[in-house]
Write a protein that binds this ligand. Sequence first.
Ligand SMILES: [Zn+2]
Length: 454
Amino acid sequence: MNDPISIQFLGAARCVTGSKFLLRTSSSATLVDCGLFQGLKELRLRNWVPFPVPPKEIDQVILTHAHIDHTGYLPRLHKEGFDGPVYCTPSTAELLSLLLPDCGHLQEEDACYAAPLFTADDGRETLRLLRPVDFARRVELGNGLAFTYHPTGHILGAGSLEIQIGATRLWFSGDLGRYHDEVMNPPAAGIKADYIFVESTYGNRPHPDTDVSAGLAEVINRTAKRAGAVVIPAFAIGRTQTMLYHIRRLEDSGRIPRLPVFIDSPMAVDASALYCKFGREANLKLDLTMTSDDCCTLRCHETHFVQSVEDSKRINDLGKPAIIIAASGMAAGGRVVHHLANRLPDKRNTVLFVGFQAEGTRGRALLDGAKELKIYGAFVPVKAEVVSISGLSAHGDQRDLMRWLSGFRHAPRQVFLVHGEEEGLNGLSKQIRERLRWPTHIPAYLERAELAPD
Ligand SMILES: [Zn+2]
């Protein structure tokens, strides 16, 4: 088949959000990922730009994983006329049933325009388009188009995507996890590709070689000795489960006392249950399958899964050492905000950050040493200890990315570097050119490239 193939970079081009790649042949249009732009206003405004093709002309969407920067534009695309199938792994489909309505809810909350981008109902309505596909199962879409998911670690359900168009092979990395991760499996190796589209988030650097468990044990012990509480702002999906795993391991080995652990986020509660439900999934290292009421290793000895707002507020009255894990991860919103308001003024407590804190968030302000923080319109003094533990990223670093690329058995015709900022993209591009001697290209937003059919 000599059908011309083109790809247009509608997002995650010289930035890390809005992943959307439009793949066209003479007979089909496929969107790989359908992410929301997040972060800087200049990026968020792109969510409002009319789609470059009428959404109803897109035949299908294929998602790599559930994160909103890869899926959060779906309800809008559907609202604008797209009504085709959306392929994803089974656990991604279940995570999306939590994430898309929640994302719509957030859009409604901070609608700075007359109408939100989409609503919680739009998010729920989109779920009926999902078509779950198992890892390693080849799906034929007709006209010589086929795809297969390969596990990448990262988060539950995440995969890289092998797409075949006639004899031409494309491989989208999605977000790649790490080769040494205690909860997630390492990414499965790529096989053969003419064109590789690789994420570059940490393309310029290795993660620090820190002992996460040791750091965590020190913080928890120090705080417990002061009779304080450790508040951990954490993303509901992925990071929260990793923290539960580490805390449980420390408890079991007697390196920390058994404290009450509160998971104070309805989404984190549901997501933890999904990690257990899909415990044997290809990209999870631990067999987390729930066998009885006391689920798996993702439960500490005294875990409280908090659903209602009343129960959440009741944690404020707890006068003894505890660990409170609540979203959002950057303390920009969510229940963690009221815990901060309550715990920051007391020097016995600790706020522990376990993820990246973007500019302009409360998390960044605390890490930068803010002496007070504006919460619910009032200034809250910061007396609690503020610490950060690195090394918990769900993304592979430069070594991991190069290791995954080196797994391909033949040189591709071209590697497109996506999902990265300038340093990450340039750093990885240099490595690929020097060490693998493969041609690289860093596409710009809306750039369109013709791919030579095989
Ligand atoms: Zn991701």
